[in-house]
Design a protein around this ligand. Structure first.
Ligand code: KIV
Ligand code: ZN
Length: 384
């Protein structure tokens, strides 16, 4: 099994969510929880962007001992100097520097030329190497960058010592096939590619961030950049819990991470809470309904054997057990099961009567809860 590094950017790209500012102590609390989760890299902030970000990167660098701490910069000397200073206390510091490589970024945002971009990319990596050994380069908007030019950029930055090269689908534009093909192209056409780790950084504008990250790994990327709950700029980043559990479930991918998946639900709750950003109920892995079964057919199957409708044991992601939610679509098996959890063994010859009463209640409500069951059995004592 090959290792895929998990680079968490909840505290940098994730924190770019409009209106979700974290304070210093919340950032440290999340960084410590990320380290416990087992991430390889914590991108702690963008030090030059504000004094607060500088201090966060600096303070996180002091308390984290195992994970690499990364600070973002533009391909600008001053940014790199400030990031290097913020990272001084880090046991494993990394500078993440880069520049736009798509024609749209080169000609419209940077008003520059392809040759100039290569020069600036190389200079930035060389300069960052003066301060730290571990330098990651990002080719912003690589998703829409011409592959041939991208390969030239990647080759040049590896030549001057980039340890990791990040291929961001900044605008979340690529299809999984296209993104996978891009990584494949780089793996096959860049001299020296094996001297660096290729990283994915996929945004979710079309809901494809997770699929694109996994496609990248299938074609040779060995680092995924992601965030807890998939938070981030616009529609967000690849969700850490999703990419980790995909690689865990699909052993045939022959890759593994160092993540302790039992910490996932707790961390999701922590980030949601501190950022005041609720997680959608149907979110994969960590949504409130991820292990909740509500229709009769599914409930009957899960009660007989969990694997019939669940591909993950909820305990693996830190959830006590699956939920059998009682609604008007629930069947007799679910009713009997939930009743037995409350200590009521329903008599076979009374089941129809109890079920009828249950449906009467269920038709009035979204969900039948324990208190409703107690009432039904109190009114029908002969049923148990
Ligand atoms: O999406 C992106 O391109 C980024 C880079 C700054 C890494 O966040
Ligand atoms: Zn991003």
């Amino acid at each position: 099994m090959e290792h895929v590094a998990i680079f968490d950017t909840t505290l940098r790209d994730g924190e770019q969510v409009p209106g979700c500012k974290l304070n210093q102590s919340e950032k440290i609390e999340i960084a410590l929880a990320l380290e416990k989760l087992g991430v390889d890299v914590i991108e702690a902030g963008f030090p030059i962007s504000s004094p607060g970000d500088f201090t966060s990167v600096n303070e996180i660098s002091k308390v984290i001992k195992n994970a690499t701490i990364c600070g973002l910069t533009r391909a600008v000397k001053k940014d790199i100097e400030v990031a290097a200073e913020a990272l001084i206390p880090a046991v494993r510091p990394r500078i993440h520097t880069g520049i736009g490589t798509s024609d749209s970024h080169i000609f419209h945002k940077l008003r520059s030329s392809r040759e100039d971009i290569i020069e600036r990319a190389v200079s930035a990596v060389k300069y960052a190497k003066r301060f730290v050994e571990d330098v990651e380069f990002y080719a912003e908007d690589a998703g829409r960058t011409d592959n041939e030019f991208l390969a030239r950029v990647v080759e040049e930055v590896i030549k001057v010592g980039a340890t990791v090269v990040n291929i961001p689908d900044t605008t979340g534009y690529c299809l999984p096939e296209q993104y996978g093909a891009k990584i494949k192209y780089l793996m096959e056409n860049v001299n020296g590619i094996h001297k660096a780790t290729i990283s994915t950084h996929c945004h979710n504008d079309l809901g494809l961030a997770t699929a694109n990250s996994i496609a990248g790994v299938q074609y040779g990327a060995r680092q995924i950049e992601c965030t807890i709950n998939g938070i981030g700029e616009r529609a967000g980043n690849a969700s850490l819990e999703e990419v980790v559990m995909i690689m865990r479930q699909h052993r045939d991918m022959n890759v593994q991470t160092g993540i302790d998946s039992r910490e996932l639900t707790g961390l999701s709750n922590l980030v949601s809470n501190r950022m005041k950003m609720p997680v959608q109920a149907n979110k994969a892995i960590v949504g409130a309904n991820a292990f909740a079964h509500s229709s009769g057919i599914h409930q009957d199957g899960v009660i007989k054997s969990r694997e019939t409708y669940e591909i993950i044991d909820p305990a693996e992601v830190g959830v006590d057990q699956s939920q059998i939610v009682l609604t008007a679509r629930s069947g007799r098996a679910a009713l009997k099961y939930r009743a037995s959890k409350l200590g009521y063994q329903v008599r076979h010859d009374m089941l129809e009567e109890v079920y009828r009463k249950f449906l009467n209640v269920a038709d009035q409500k979204k969900e039948v809860v324990d208190a409703d069951l107690h009432t039904i059995f109190a009114e029908t004592p002969a049923a148990v």
